[in-house]
Design a protein around this ligand. Structure first.
Ligand SMILES: [Zn+2]
Length: 296
Protein backbone atom coordinates (compact mmCIF):
# COMPACT_ATOMS: atom_id res chain seq x y z
CA UNK A 1 0.00 0.00 0.00
CA UNK A 2 1.19 3.47 -0.86
CA UNK A 3 -0.72 6.18 0.99
CA UNK A 4 -0.01 9.92 0.74
CA UNK A 5 -1.71 12.94 2.22
CA UNK A 6 -3.57 15.21 -0.17
CA UNK A 7 -5.21 18.53 0.65
CA UNK A 8 -9.01 19.05 0.74
CA UNK A 9 -10.70 18.25 -2.57
CA UNK A 10 -7.85 15.89 -3.49
CA UNK A 11 -5.54 18.80 -4.33
CA UNK A 12 -1.79 18.31 -4.11
CA UNK A 13 -0.82 21.97 -3.72
CA UNK A 14 -1.53 24.52 -1.00
CA UNK A 15 -0.83 28.27 -0.97
CA UNK A 16 -0.87 30.70 1.94
CA UNK A 17 0.33 34.18 2.90
CA UNK A 18 1.50 35.46 6.30
CA UNK A 19 1.72 39.24 6.89
CA UNK A 20 2.87 40.94 10.06
CA UNK A 21 2.22 43.93 12.32
CA UNK A 22 -1.45 44.81 11.63
CA UNK A 23 -0.93 47.86 9.45
CA UNK A 24 -3.51 49.91 7.52
CA UNK A 25 -2.20 48.59 4.20
CA UNK A 26 -3.40 45.11 5.20
CA UNK A 27 -6.81 46.31 3.95
CA UNK A 28 -5.36 46.76 0.47
CA UNK A 29 -3.60 43.39 0.63
CA UNK A 30 -6.82 41.64 1.71
CA UNK A 31 -8.67 43.26 -1.22
CA UNK A 32 -6.06 41.82 -3.60
CA UNK A 33 -6.28 38.40 -1.95
CA UNK A 34 -10.05 38.42 -2.38
CA UNK A 35 -9.73 39.37 -6.06
CA UNK A 36 -7.51 36.32 -6.68
CA UNK A 37 -9.33 33.86 -4.37
CA UNK A 38 -6.39 33.57 -1.98
CA UNK A 39 -6.38 33.30 1.84
CA UNK A 40 -3.81 34.21 4.45
CA UNK A 41 -2.87 35.16 7.98
CA UNK A 42 -2.37 38.55 9.63
CA UNK A 43 -0.17 38.67 12.72
CA UNK A 44 -1.15 41.25 15.33
CA UNK A 45 0.42 42.77 18.45
CA UNK A 46 -2.66 43.32 20.62
CA UNK A 47 -0.73 45.23 23.33
CA UNK A 48 0.53 48.12 21.25
CA UNK A 49 -1.07 51.35 22.35
CA UNK A 50 -3.07 52.01 19.20
CA UNK A 51 -5.02 48.78 19.63
CA UNK A 52 -4.94 48.52 23.43
CA UNK A 53 -6.17 52.04 24.10
CA UNK A 54 -7.96 52.43 20.76
CA UNK A 55 -6.10 55.63 19.95
CA UNK A 56 -7.54 58.07 17.47
CA UNK A 57 -7.98 57.62 13.77
CA UNK A 58 -4.64 56.48 12.32
CA UNK A 59 -2.68 58.73 10.04
CA UNK A 60 -3.41 57.06 6.73
CA UNK A 61 -0.61 58.99 5.01
CA UNK A 62 2.05 57.26 7.13
CA UNK A 63 3.09 54.19 5.08
CA UNK A 64 3.59 51.96 8.15
CA UNK A 65 0.52 53.20 10.01
CA UNK A 66 -0.87 50.50 12.31
CA UNK A 67 -4.60 49.91 12.69
CA UNK A 68 -6.29 51.20 15.83
CA UNK A 69 -8.77 48.93 17.58
CA UNK A 70 -11.79 50.11 15.63
CA UNK A 71 -10.02 49.61 12.30
CA UNK A 72 -8.68 46.22 13.39
CA UNK A 73 -12.18 45.01 14.27
CA UNK A 74 -13.42 46.43 10.97
CA UNK A 75 -10.64 44.54 9.15
CA UNK A 76 -11.63 41.27 10.84
CA UNK A 77 -15.33 41.75 10.18
CA UNK A 78 -14.71 42.48 6.52
CA UNK A 79 -12.17 39.70 5.93
CA UNK A 80 -12.83 36.87 8.40
CA UNK A 81 -13.72 34.55 5.49
CA UNK A 82 -10.24 34.86 3.96
CA UNK A 83 -8.04 35.94 6.88
CA UNK A 84 -6.80 34.29 10.03
CA UNK A 85 -5.83 36.66 12.84
CA UNK A 86 -2.79 35.26 14.65
CA UNK A 87 -0.62 36.49 17.52
CA UNK A 88 2.66 38.33 17.01
CA UNK A 89 3.45 38.93 20.70
CA UNK A 90 1.79 41.46 23.00
CA UNK A 91 4.30 44.27 22.40
CA UNK A 92 6.44 42.97 19.52
CA UNK A 93 9.26 42.12 21.94
CA UNK A 94 12.07 39.75 21.02
CA UNK A 95 11.49 36.57 23.05
CA UNK A 96 15.19 35.74 23.19
CA UNK A 97 15.88 38.80 25.38
CA UNK A 98 13.20 37.96 27.96
CA UNK A 99 13.09 35.57 30.87
CA UNK A 100 10.70 32.65 30.64
CA UNK A 101 7.93 34.25 32.68
CA UNK A 102 7.96 37.47 30.69
CA UNK A 103 8.11 35.58 27.38
CA UNK A 104 5.12 33.47 28.42
CA UNK A 105 3.18 36.61 29.38
CA UNK A 106 4.08 38.27 26.06
CA UNK A 107 2.54 35.30 24.22
CA UNK A 108 -0.39 34.16 26.35
CA UNK A 109 -1.78 37.65 26.98
CA UNK A 110 -1.67 38.36 23.23
CA UNK A 111 -3.64 35.15 22.63
CA UNK A 112 -6.13 36.05 25.35
CA UNK A 113 -6.64 39.62 24.03
CA UNK A 114 -7.22 38.43 20.45
CA UNK A 115 -9.60 35.69 21.57
CA UNK A 116 -11.56 38.20 23.69
CA UNK A 117 -11.74 40.71 20.84
CA UNK A 118 -12.67 38.24 18.07
CA UNK A 119 -14.53 35.46 19.90
CA UNK A 120 -12.65 32.63 18.17
CA UNK A 121 -9.60 30.55 19.12
CA UNK A 122 -6.18 32.04 18.41
CA UNK A 123 -3.69 29.20 17.94
CA UNK A 124 -1.24 30.74 15.45
CA UNK A 125 1.86 32.88 16.03
CA UNK A 126 4.56 34.69 14.09
CA UNK A 127 7.68 35.36 16.21
CA UNK A 128 8.40 39.10 16.51
CA UNK A 129 11.66 39.74 14.61
CA UNK A 130 11.60 36.01 13.82
CA UNK A 131 13.62 35.30 17.00
CA UNK A 132 13.01 31.79 18.29
CA UNK A 133 15.69 30.26 20.51
CA UNK A 134 14.86 27.02 22.36
CA UNK A 135 13.58 28.93 25.40
CA UNK A 136 11.15 30.91 23.22
CA UNK A 137 9.91 27.73 21.55
CA UNK A 138 9.29 26.21 25.01
CA UNK A 139 7.17 29.26 25.91
CA UNK A 140 5.23 28.95 22.65
CA UNK A 141 4.53 25.30 23.39
CA UNK A 142 3.42 26.10 26.95
CA UNK A 143 1.00 28.74 25.58
CA UNK A 144 -0.78 26.19 23.40
CA UNK A 145 0.05 27.48 19.92
CA UNK A 146 -0.37 24.99 17.09
CA UNK A 147 2.26 26.65 14.90
CA UNK A 148 4.77 29.48 15.11
CA UNK A 149 6.23 31.13 12.03
CA UNK A 150 9.85 32.26 11.87
CA UNK A 151 11.44 34.61 9.32
CA UNK A 152 13.61 31.78 7.99
CA UNK A 153 12.82 30.51 4.50
CA UNK A 154 13.38 27.26 2.63
CA UNK A 155 13.26 28.33 -1.02
CA UNK A 156 11.20 25.20 -1.72
CA UNK A 157 7.70 23.76 -1.29
CA UNK A 158 8.42 21.23 1.44
CA UNK A 159 5.90 20.68 4.23
CA UNK A 160 6.91 22.14 7.62
CA UNK A 161 8.98 19.61 9.56
CA UNK A 162 8.57 21.47 12.89
CA UNK A 163 5.37 23.56 13.16
CA UNK A 164 6.80 25.59 16.08
CA UNK A 165 9.82 26.62 13.99
CA UNK A 166 8.00 27.02 10.69
CA UNK A 167 10.05 28.42 7.82
CA UNK A 168 8.04 29.75 4.82
CA UNK A 169 9.04 29.20 1.21
CA UNK A 170 10.20 32.81 0.80
CA UNK A 171 9.60 36.46 1.57
CA UNK A 172 7.96 38.51 -1.22
CA UNK A 173 11.23 40.46 -1.61
CA UNK A 174 13.05 37.30 -2.75
CA UNK A 175 14.35 37.89 -6.31
CA UNK A 176 13.33 34.28 -7.14
CA UNK A 177 9.68 34.93 -6.17
CA UNK A 178 8.16 34.67 -9.65
CA UNK A 179 10.44 31.82 -10.63
CA UNK A 180 9.18 29.89 -7.59
CA UNK A 181 5.58 30.85 -8.40
CA UNK A 182 5.87 29.50 -11.95
CA UNK A 183 7.55 26.32 -10.75
CA UNK A 184 4.73 25.85 -8.22
CA UNK A 185 1.95 26.43 -10.75
CA UNK A 186 3.52 24.12 -13.33
CA UNK A 187 4.19 21.27 -10.90
CA UNK A 188 1.96 18.25 -11.55
CA UNK A 189 1.99 14.51 -11.17
CA UNK A 190 3.08 14.18 -14.78
CA UNK A 191 5.91 16.52 -13.84
CA UNK A 192 7.30 14.16 -11.24
CA UNK A 193 5.49 15.79 -8.35
CA UNK A 194 5.24 12.92 -5.87
CA UNK A 195 4.44 14.68 -2.59
CA UNK A 196 2.12 17.55 -1.69
CA UNK A 197 3.54 21.04 -2.02
CA UNK A 198 3.11 24.09 0.21
CA UNK A 199 4.00 27.53 -1.17
CA UNK A 200 4.03 30.06 1.67
CA UNK A 201 5.06 33.69 1.46
CA UNK A 202 5.57 36.18 4.30
CA UNK A 203 6.21 39.91 4.62
CA UNK A 204 4.72 43.22 5.77
CA UNK A 205 2.20 44.93 3.53
CA UNK A 206 3.73 48.35 4.36
CA UNK A 207 6.82 47.25 2.40
CA UNK A 208 4.73 47.64 -0.77
CA UNK A 209 4.00 51.25 0.24
CA UNK A 210 7.64 52.04 1.06
CA UNK A 211 8.98 50.50 -2.16
CA UNK A 212 5.98 51.60 -4.21
CA UNK A 213 5.75 48.09 -5.68
CA UNK A 214 2.26 46.68 -5.05
CA UNK A 215 2.66 45.19 -8.52
CA UNK A 216 4.92 42.50 -6.95
CA UNK A 217 1.99 41.09 -4.97
CA UNK A 218 -0.46 41.57 -7.83
CA UNK A 219 1.82 39.63 -10.22
CA UNK A 220 2.32 36.86 -7.67
CA UNK A 221 -1.41 36.47 -7.09
CA UNK A 222 -2.19 36.71 -10.79
CA UNK A 223 0.13 33.73 -11.27
CA UNK A 224 -0.93 31.51 -8.33
CA UNK A 225 -4.50 32.71 -7.63
CA UNK A 226 -7.91 31.49 -8.87
CA UNK A 227 -6.72 28.00 -9.86
CA UNK A 228 -8.68 24.76 -9.42
CA UNK A 229 -5.71 22.60 -8.45
CA UNK A 230 -4.50 24.74 -5.51
CA UNK A 231 -5.95 24.76 -1.99
CA UNK A 232 -5.99 28.36 -0.73
CA UNK A 233 -5.81 28.34 3.05
CA UNK A 234 -4.88 30.44 6.05
CA UNK A 235 -1.87 29.31 8.10
CA UNK A 236 -4.05 27.79 10.85
CA UNK A 237 -6.26 25.97 8.32
CA UNK A 238 -3.11 24.41 6.90
CA UNK A 239 -1.77 23.33 10.31
CA UNK A 240 -5.18 22.11 11.51
CA UNK A 241 -5.38 19.94 8.39
CA UNK A 242 -1.85 18.61 8.94
CA UNK A 243 -2.78 17.88 12.56
CA UNK A 244 -5.92 16.00 11.42
CA UNK A 245 -3.84 13.93 8.98
CA UNK A 246 -1.34 13.04 11.72
CA UNK A 247 -4.24 12.08 14.00
CA UNK A 248 -5.51 9.40 11.57
CA UNK A 249 -5.39 5.89 13.01
CA UNK A 250 -4.07 3.57 10.31
CA UNK A 251 -4.18 -0.21 10.58
CA UNK A 252 -0.65 -1.59 10.80
CA UNK A 253 -0.78 -2.75 7.16
CA UNK A 254 -2.57 0.47 6.04
CA UNK A 255 -5.54 -1.44 4.64
CA UNK A 256 -7.99 0.60 6.73
CA UNK A 257 -7.94 3.93 8.49
CA UNK A 258 -10.07 5.61 11.17
CA UNK A 259 -10.53 9.38 11.34
CA UNK A 260 -11.09 10.45 14.99
CA UNK A 261 -11.07 14.19 14.14
CA UNK A 262 -13.77 16.63 12.98
CA UNK A 263 -11.91 17.31 9.72
CA UNK A 264 -12.40 15.26 6.50
CA UNK A 265 -8.95 14.11 5.33
CA UNK A 266 -8.18 13.22 1.72
CA UNK A 267 -5.64 10.55 0.77
CA UNK A 268 -4.01 9.32 -2.44
CA UNK A 269 -3.97 5.54 -2.37
CA UNK A 270 -2.23 2.99 -4.61
CA UNK A 271 -2.29 -0.74 -3.94
CA UNK A 272 1.18 -1.01 -5.46
CA UNK A 273 3.49 1.18 -7.49
CA UNK A 274 2.12 1.81 -11.00
CA UNK A 275 -1.38 0.71 -9.91
CA UNK A 276 -4.19 3.20 -10.59
CA UNK A 277 -4.39 6.07 -8.12
CA UNK A 278 -7.51 6.33 -5.97
CA UNK A 279 -8.52 9.47 -4.11
CA UNK A 280 -10.16 8.59 -0.79
CA UNK A 281 -11.70 11.11 1.60
CA UNK A 282 -11.99 9.81 5.16
CA UNK A 283 -14.84 11.64 6.86
CA UNK A 284 -14.96 12.49 10.58
CA UNK A 285 -15.65 9.38 12.63
CA UNK A 286 -15.37 7.09 9.58
CA UNK A 287 -13.46 3.82 9.27
CA UNK A 288 -12.44 3.79 5.60
CA UNK A 289 -11.30 0.76 3.65
CA UNK A 290 -8.17 1.60 1.66
CA UNK A 291 -7.61 -1.89 0.26
CA UNK A 292 -10.90 -3.18 -1.20
CA UNK A 293 -9.44 -6.73 -1.36
CA UNK A 294 -9.73 -6.94 2.44
CA UNK A 295 -13.52 -6.64 2.12
CA UNK A 296 -13.95 -10.05 0.46
ZN1 LIG B 1 6.69 42.23 13.24
Amino acid sequence: MIVNMLFPGGKAKAFTLSYDDGVESDFRLADLMRKYGVKGTFNINSGIKRIRDDLDQPDFEEPRCRMNRRRFLEFFEKNSDIAEIAAHGLTHASLSLMDQGAATWELISDRKNLEDMLGIPCRGLAYAYGTHDDKGVEAVKACGFRYARTTKTTGDFSLPSDPLRWACTCKHTNPQLMELAKQFVEASEENEMKIPYLFSVWGHSYEFNLADNWNVMEELLECVGNRDDIWYCTNIEFFNYLHAYHSLEFFADQTKVYNPTAVPVTLRVMLARKDPIRIVTVNPGELAVLDPRTEK
